[in-house]
Design a protein around this ligand. Structure first.
Ligand code: ADP
Ligand code: MG
Length: 399
């Protein structure tokens, strides 16, 4: 789960990390009000969307002006003008895709006098099974581009969970950023605070880009992005309360109600599969035959008829879907149960696109029998290869 910058900064503040003063705003007069509580004379009006690259982003509407989603204002009037321009407009950044995201919230923040911009993030490194730090002097820019062009400018190290974070980790951060004097101590303290926040809140990613040194020689987290581990949300009701559903894909929200692992993608073939590995393989083979999956969907090992029906509804509600591939391996789950679920779902929601079903495993013959005797227009497939070719052909035949 992701949250907005202003919410992430509130968490950082709670853990004692240095962030600027600021307040969120949903309307232009609130933005003015928020700014009037700040020291000034420079205020920053920041679009709150779940995507980065806002500063260099562009609004779709001409009425939103030429500037991007992070604007420096030099008076309260200017704050109000920018807020009016940005609210309700659609911001397109490198991370939003072409459709962009509508700006419904702003964050009004004290303007910082920036001397240097750095990059600092913490994430779970699957290779070492540890929390890793990623540090670079090249802040404020796209870190993927830095990793590509000048990988030597990125320093990474991980923290042993047995010892937790220690002062030497902070000195490593300071060293990587070329900090000297009192800033070294500040970096040690910041490193410890960020690590504590990361662990305490079960984060998956904590990214500060940029971390800055101000002209008066202080560290400050100028941007903050946090992703939380969904599997640990049950023990953080305070985090769940920060969820902004307007930022999430509706289909993904619906899927989470039924505990379906669903991720919307850009292709045309809707997939319903049991098991994450099989779902990945199904997506791969669709690509191999030249089409693209419209989603990743793992109905899980113990899927019931209700879950299968819900999954079917989610897939068919997606207007991009031109065909559906059901690929189920009946292990714990029996093929006849799946077949009944599929039939019930098709009867319930109707079927406007071709459907290929491939079943294998426990009670497979019974499952196939149920499907073939249902009288529904289902294309049966013998194996994964056959299934992928059939759905690709069916989708192409229609377009
Ligand atoms: P994004 O990463 O989405 O573009 P940031 O919060 O990183 O958004 O802001 C982009 C740039 O705007 C920063 O790299 C920094 O140069 C500038 N900026 C952001 N917040 C402030 C602030 N409070 N004061 C001064 N400049 C800021
Ligand atoms: Mg940023």
């Amino acid at each position: 789960m992701n949250i907005h910058e202003y919410q992430a900064k509130a968490i950082l503040r709670e853990f004692g990390a240095p962030v600027a003063e600021g307040a969120p705003a949903l309307a232009a007069d609130e933005a003015r009000q928020a700014a009037s509580g700040l020291p000034g004379p420079v205020y920053v009006v920041k679009a709150q969307i779940h995507a980065g690259g806002r500063g260099k982003g562009k609004f779709k509407e001409a009425s939103a002006g030429e500037k991007g989603g992070v604007r420096l204002a030099r008076s309260l009037d200017e704050v109000e003008t920018f807020a009016k321009e940005m609210l309700g407009s659609t911001l397109v950044t490198v991370q939003t895709g072409e459709a962009g995201k509508q700006v419904n919230r702003l964050y009004i923040e004290d303007g910082a006098d920036i001397d240097k911009e750095f990059y600092l993030s913490l994430l779970i490194d699957r290779a070492t099974s540890r929390v890793s730090f990623v540090v670079s002097t090249e802040g404020g820019t796209d870190i993927e581009a830095v990793a590509h062009a000048t990988p030597e400018k990125i320093v990474t190290f991980s923290v042993d969970p047995a010892t937790g974070v220690l002062p030497h980790h902070g000195r490593r951060v300071a060293d990587a950023l070329g900090l000297t004097g009192p800033l070294v101590k500040d970096a040690v303290s910041l490193t410890e605070r960020l690590f504590s926040a990361f662990v305490a809140k079960d984060m998956e990613l904590l990214e500060i880009n940029p971390l800055i040194v101000t002209k008066d020689g202080r560290l400050r987290c100028l941007d903050a992005k946090i992703s939380f581990d969904d599997n640990a949300l049950y023990r953080h009701p305070d985090v769940v309360a920060l969820r902004d559903k307007t930022e999430e894909d509706e289909k993904e929200i619906e899927a989470s109600k039924y505990e379906l692992a669903y991720i919307a993608l850009d292709g045309t073939i809707g997939c319903m599969v049991n098991g994450a590995g099989l779902a990945m393989a199904t997506m791969d083979i669709i690509k191999l035959y030249g089409e693209n999956p419209a989603n990743f969907l793992d109905v899980g090992g113990g899927a019931t008829k209700e879950k299968v029906t819900a999954a079917f509804k989610i897939i068919t509600a997606d207007p991009k879907v031109k065909g559906i591939l059901v690929n189920i391996f009946g292990g714990i789950m029996r093929c006849d149960v799946i077949a009944e679920g599929v039939i019930a779902a098709v009867r319930d929601v109707g079927l406007a696109v071709p459907l290929v079903v491939r079943l294998e495993g426990t009670n497979v013959d019974l499952g196939k029998e149920i499907i073939s005797s249902s009288g529904l227009d289902v294309i049966p497939a013998d194996d994964l290869d056959d299934a992928a070719q059939k759905i690709v052909a069916a989708v192409r035949g229609r377009s």
